[in-house]
Every structure is written in C-alpha cells, then in structure tokens.
Write a protein that binds this ligand. Structure first.
Ligand SMILES: [Zn+2]
Ligand SMILES: [Zn+2]
Ligand SMILES: [Zn+2]
Length: 89
C-alpha cells in the first residue's frame, strides 16, 4: 500500500469552488452606505446625486466571502483513495 499522491496521505483535498455569494463575479452589489440606498442626498436647496454610487443607490464592492477572488476553498474527501490516505497497489 502506498500513500495517496493526490491528497498526500491526508485523505482530503482542497478544491476551489465558485463563490456562492457572488457566483464567481468577484464583486457584489451592496446598498450604498453614503446615501442609504436613496441615491440622492438631501442638500439644501437642491438634492444632489450621491457621488458614491452615481445615483444608483447601490455600490459594487469586493465580495467579502471570497475576498474578491471569485472562489472559495472547499475541503472534500479525496476521490483517489476515498479518504483513506493510501491506495492498495
Ligand atoms: Zn465571492
Ligand atoms: Zn449613494
Ligand atoms: Zn487520497
């Protein structure tokens, strides 16, 4: 029996999966913190477009689940050795 080369005897492998929060887009839309999603600021005498979100009410920020990489590491049972860490050979 030999140590599994795929998982190096650990029995599990780290796979990168598409981030479920941003679906691999690396960024997410979040309610603008400057205008609270209203898109306009109440400034006297006229309202002004929120400069943070360009009057969209939402801003695009780096996804914090994957830190803007679009993928998250997932540990799963090694498919080569079924989690035993070695193979019969
Ligand atoms: Zn993400
Ligand atoms: Zn805004
Ligand atoms: Zn293995």
């Amino acid at each position: 029996m030999v140590s599994c080369t795929l998982c190096h005897g650990r029995g599990s492998v780290i796979k990168r999966e598409t981030c479920p929060t941003c679906n691999g887009n690396r960024t997410i839309k979040r309610q603008c913190t400057n205008c609270g999603g209203r898109a306009w600021l109440e400034t006297f005498p006229l309202e002004t477009k929120c400069p943070y979100c360009d009057a969209l009410g939402m801003m695009t920020v780096d996804c914090d689940t994957c830190n803007g990489t679009g993928g998250v590491p997932v540990e799963e049972t090694c498919p080569d050795c079924q989690g035993r860490g070695y193979r019969d050979e």
